[in-house]
Design a protein around this ligand. Structure first.
Ligand SMILES: Nc1nc2c(ncn2[C@@H]2O[C@H](COP(=O)(O)OP(=O)(O)OP(=O)(O)O)[C@@H](O)[C@H]2O)c(=O)[nH]1
Length: 419
């Protein structure tokens, strides 16, 4: 899911981090010492006491020790017993200034040997590099440092079908987060870039989020939810999935087939109702969709059913007839929620349709289907920002359980996780 976008974000992370690393500023030693915890006189590696790096666990301890070691060695005699100088593959690879092997030749570097390979292979946020940021004290990233990386990112987002304004917003957010701020060495540049990217994406995808389950729990019953969207995007399947979702949470459902337009629509939804053991309310083809939904609400009231799930005919958003129909449904049953359904794989088209449906008949949220088949992720990134309404669910397959609550935190994590 969203693999292309993931790769592109990974490239940006690398580019931006490299650009930032190249601009790490040196500060004088005094400032460095002030800004970080001063190394203790008995700092590991200075007095020759073996330091147990593997016990240090947290990277920061290791970094502090290493930074401390470098600072201290400026004033301290090099050690007499000299282990093999350890090659700093990490720094060598990145061309960052290399500390003198003798300065680093502390006993802790011997203990380091077992730890090092895994970490030093990490060419982005490995502790050798991180430690360098720590030792250098602070860094400032200027806009021009990031220009190329940001341009690449913009192209990557647009080619992943991210809506142009949304791409701009992401870039602005990243600039705001990264550019011009003097950062102390408590974080590595890798982490700074990663956090900026996380925040930038989170900002645009979390627009309008609300606690769906909570809302369902507190609303008076029956709750009527109407599903809109164009043909064939997975509306009916999503209704069936929602029925399963609610039943699993203890809410009973009834389906209503407001798609009185398409031949075979009743049979299609009836199959789902049968499979899920749910009641379906339907009228003859050509009937009035608002009347079907009205009947379903009456049925729910009479039978203590919690949620009415109303299908509607899928037609083009530009179709005035459909929009009139939705208006009539609004007037007649006054739904508690209108959910727009579209397929993630439709990318920019889905984004445009979401905007137009929302303009014509206000939506409360969206379900993006077929996310399992979408490698671009553009619609998932853009729909909330463009409509001001949240993506509530992702369809991730054809089965009834293939419905996932859209969680911005999880989405960001998914997009930025290392493979
Ligand atoms: N891979 C995948 N397929 C899906 C998903 N959701 C729906 N589908 C498939 O998409 C096709 C169309 O789904 P429908 O539910 O019939 O679409 P619809 O919007 O109701 O279509 P109309 O009734 O013609 O308006 C079906 O084959 C579904 O199985 C999903 O999340 N992932």
């Amino acid at each position: 899911m969203f693999d292309n976008l993931k790769d592109k974000l990974g490239s940006f992370r690398k580019d931006a981090e490299e650009a930032a690393e190249e601009n790490v500023e040196e500060v004088d030693e005094e400032e460095t010492v002030e800004a970080d915890e001063p190394p203790e006189p008995d700092e590991p590696g200075v007095d020759g006491t073996p330091s147990d790096v593997s016990d240090a666990g947290a990277a920061t301890d290791v970094e502090t020790a290493e930074a401390g070691a470098e600072l201290e060695t400026a004033e301290t005699e090099p050690l007499e017993t000299e282990p093999e100088p350890e090659p700093e593959t990490d720094d060598a690879a990145t061309g960052v200034d290399e500390p003198e092997p003798t300065e680093e030749g502390t006993t802790d570097s011997v203990e380091d040997d077992e730890e090092k390979p895994a970490e030093s292979e990490d060419n982005s946020t490995g502790f050798g590099r991180k430690a360098k940021s720590l030792v250098k004290g602070k860094f400032v990233i200027e806009e021009e440092d990031l220009e190329d990386a940001l341009h690449e990112l913009e192209m990557a987002l647009l080619s992943s079908d991210v809506e142009m304004n949304v791409a701009d917003e992401i870039l602005d957010n990243i600039r705001d987060e990264l550019v011009g701020e003097t950062r102390t060495f408590t974080t590595s540049t890798g982490e700074v870039v990663e956090e900026a990217l996380q925040e930038a994406i989170h900002d645009v995808i979390s627009v309008g989020q609300f606690d769906f389950d909570e809302r369902i729990a507190i609303e008076d019953k029956p709750i009527t939810i109407v599903f809109t969207g164009v043909n064939g995007v997975g509306k009916t399947t999503s209704i069936a999935k929602m029925s399963r979702y609610f039943e699993e949470r203890g809410f009973s459902t009834v389906m209503a087939n407001g798609d009185t337009y398409r031949a075979g629509a009743n049979e299609q939804i009836q199959e789902h109702a049968d499979a899920l053991d749910t009641k379906l309310i339907s009228h003859e083809q050509g009937g009035d969709p608002a009347a079907v939904l009205y009947d379903a609400v009456e049925y729910a009231e009479a039978n203590d059913v919690d949620v009415v799930l109303g299908d509607t005919a899928g037609r083009l958003h530009t179709d005035e007839g459909l929009m009139d129909q939705l208006e009539k449904i609004d007037r007649v049953v006054d739904p508690d929620m209108t959910l727009f359904v579209d397929e993630a794989v439709a990318g920019q088209d889905a984004v445009n349709r979401a905007r137009e449906f929302n303009n014509a008949a206000e939506i409360d949220g969206a379900i993006l289907t077929k996310a399992d088949a979408d490698s671009n992720g553009g619609a998932a990134i853009s729909v909330a920002h463009v409509t001001g309404k949240p993506i509530l669910f992702l369809g991730i397959g054809q089965g009834y359980d293939h419905l996932e609550r859209f969680d911005p935190d999880q989405m960001v994590e998914r997009l930025l996780e290392d493979d």
